[in-house]
Design a protein around this ligand. Sequence first.
Ligand SMILES: Nc1ncnc2c1ncn2[C@@H]1O[C@H](COP(=O)(O)OP(=O)(O)O)[C@@H](O)[C@H]1O
Ligand SMILES: [Mg+2]
Length: 278
Amino acid sequence: MSEGAMSTEKVAGVDSAAAPLGAPLVEMRNIRIAFGGVHAVEGVTVDLRAGEVVGLVGGNGAGKSTLMRALSGAHPPDGGEILIDGQVASITNPRDAKALGIETIYQTLALADNIDAAGNMFLGRELKTRTGSLDDDAMESATRKVIGRLNPRFKAFKRPVMSLSGGQRQSVAIARAVHFNARILIMDEPTAALGPAETAQVRTLVKQLKDDGIGIFLISHDIHDVFDLSDRISVMLHGKLVGTVRKADVTTDEVLAMIIMGKLPSEVSEKDLAELHR
Ligand SMILES: Nc1ncnc2c1ncn2[C@@H]1O[C@H](COP(=O)(O)OP(=O)(O)O)[C@@H](O)[C@H]1O
Ligand SMILES: [Mg+2]
């Protein structure tokens, strides 16, 4: 456990009713990223707590993926700061991010097609026996344990992942992240390539991860995914943050108005809402 978490617990122990909530798992403050003259992300501030799903939405090119690439270490920001557990973190490459428990699940999953679930779970981090040979039994049993908990219907342990459905492949990728102690998951359009049954499977998986206390940034163009899964929704437009709302406080139309018009629910008129449906 980190020092930050310990001290928060001490404070909570003194007077838990009056104690401030613990520091967010992630705070991204005033993040700026430019590509030449294109301001892909312009002073965006978002945060994420343990066991929370924050939906990140906005039209094509709004800057969602670029913002998350700053968190995953794939593209360090030009400005702003990232705090993990309340501490300023230096995330300059994907390895730094992984060391902080940050994992990304991409739409096009990086799995090795011709090997099975256990092979993928432990790819590059294989378990060995005392004599130094691969411990296939240990890897398979650990894989069955993690995937079995996340997705009890998963049975295809012995098949190359190439033959698995999109939802099953996501189960393998997420199990891999969870087994190696991910606390923060970035899911960039996880259901974009999936059919309805598969989408339902991924939604169940997200709820399970949330119950496990993992914090999730969920990028999705599917407003139904976002409404089903998110606790809060952060909306981006042209590289800027329009605002962050609690799902319980808004309607889908109000979120659509944020996405399309860049207006907060308090700024939206009846006429604006009617415009959305023309
Ligand atoms: N590697 C890159 N080089 C140049 N421009 C980029 C690059 N990645 C993203 N962009 C630009 O940054 C903006 C935001 O893109 P992106 O973050 O992919 O948006 P979103 O994920 O919301 O669709 C777009 O204008 C896009 O063209
Ligand atoms: Mg994107």
